[in-house]
Design a protein around this ligand. Structure first.
Ligand code: 1CP
Length: 375
């Protein structure tokens, strides 16, 4: 299926942006930069907007979600917006009883870590979501309308990145009924009842893949799949029990292409997880174009693990955001230097911005990255 003519990639607004070019493996005038969790509690303007609204209600309010997405782009001059939402939003829209509890994260009415729980979920037909995504589609449209005229110094519009949780990471929450340390409930179900596990993987892949596809169709110029907790799996379990579902989720983006100057293009897909040093090659195999690397593996080492020709995203340790400026600047330059080992590099943190971060530090990093000669 082709993206519509007004999509920013098709209209030529973001196809040549630093972000999209780096995701295609091209070197750009400067390395593009954005931050995971750039929208959120590090920004006073976010805290002010969110005062009276629960997290998931904010995600489903198109005006609020668009405004929160735009705040860090305006403030820091980053090369991309990431859509303000959460990985559990499509579950809520499917009718699953989930809330995001401040200081804790997603909490479900019940845990779904057994055959009965899985049966309850899979009774919901994922195709019902296409209509339920109206607030998401509307929020993306509003965001993109402003990003299209926001040039942060690259001479193009600013692209929006859509995102979703990978089936395993969603299952880690569903099986435990909330955040868990080693994701034991999900990993136990995988082995105790492979049939129920396969059904759960199929259902979450459908739900989360549709969520990602809807954001791209509505105007996102790239997509990121967060398999944040995949690092708790062995390579064998990852490949056997979760990779097929991640591949299935990404098929909802793969089917959306476009043609520009007679050349067929696809929408770039980034795949990220934490503690995934052993899995980097396997995570590429599920159909990702770019691998997001956490701070545990230096980018030049990661480049060797994912194979030649794969662009990388990452990977400043978030702990450095509170270090003295000279220490932080040196670490930023080290990340940039190691990133030259990949054909394309998008600067980011190794995981999300910690809530207490001084936003001026993030703005400073954007300047240091954009001024670095190594690009
Ligand atoms: O700016 C951005 O990056 C966009 C916003 C965003 C993203 C990409 C939010 C808003 N959530 C996410 C994805 C997400 N949600 C992931 C994958 C990314 C990652 O690894 O950090 C995960 C694992 C979640 C689940 C989740 N939601 C947690 C983690 C809980 C745990 O297990 O430790 C939490 C704390 C949330 C709530 C949440 N989501 C987003 C925000 C701003 C918040 C905090 C809500 C608040 O203000 O209280």
């Amino acid at each position: 299926m082709n993206l519509p003519a007004e999509h920013p990639l098709v209209a030529g607004l973001t196809d040549q942006s630093r972000l999209v070019r780096a995701y295609r493996g091209e070197r750009t005038d400067t390395v593009p930069v954005w931050f995971m969790r750039q929208a959120g509690r590090s920004l006073p303007e976010y805290r002010e907007l969110r005062v009276a609204t629960r997290m998931l209600d904010a995600c489903l309010d198109p005006v609020l979600a668009a405004e929160i997405t735009l705040q860090p782009v305006r403030r820091h001059g980053v090369d991309a917006g990431i859509f303000f939402s959460d990985i559990v939003v499509p579950l809520r829209l499917a009718g699953v009883d989930v809330d995001i509890v401040p200081g804790q994260g997603p909490v479900f009415r019940r845990a779904y870590g057994d055959a009965a729980g899985v049966a309850e979920l899979t009774a919901i037909d994922p195709s019902m979501l296409d209509a339920a995504f109206a607030p998401i589609t509307e929020a993306v449209r509003r965001t993109v309308a402003e990003l299209n005229s926001l040039d942060n110094g690259s001479g193009t519009a600013t692209p929006l990145i859509g995102f979703a949780g990978a089936p395993f990471t969603l299952a880690a929450y569903l099986a435990a009924g909330g955040p868990s340390k080693d994701h034991l409930e999900a990993r136990a179900l995988m082995h105790a009842d492979p049939g129920a596990w396969a059904a759960l993987m199929w259902w979450t892949a459908q739900v989360t893949g549709r969520f990602l596809g809807a954001q791209v169709l509505a105007g996102a110029s790239a997509a990121q799949l967060f398999d944040s907790w995949a690092g708790s799996l062995s390579v064998a379990d990852y490949e056997r029990h979760t990779a097929p579902a991640s591949r299935q989720a990404l098929s909802f983006v793969h089917e959306l292409g476009y043609e520009i100057a007679g050349v067929r293009r696809s929408v770039p897909i980034v795949h990220f997880g934490t503690g995934t040093g052993e899995l980097l090659g396997a995570m590429r195999e599920v159909g990702a174009d770019v691998i997001g690397v956490d701070h545990r593996v230096p980018l030049d080492v990661a480049a060797g693990r994912v194979g030649a020709g794969v662009p990388l995203q990452g990977n400043l340790d978030p702990a450095l955001l509170s270090a003295p400026v000279t220490v932080m600047d040196a670490a930023v330059r080290d990340v940039l230097a190691r990133g030259t080992a990949a054909p394309g590099h998008v600067f980011n943190l190794g995981h999300g911005v910690p809530p207490g971060t001084d936003p001026a530090v993030l703005t400073r990093i954007v300047t240091v990255v954009h001024e670095d000669a190594a690009a």
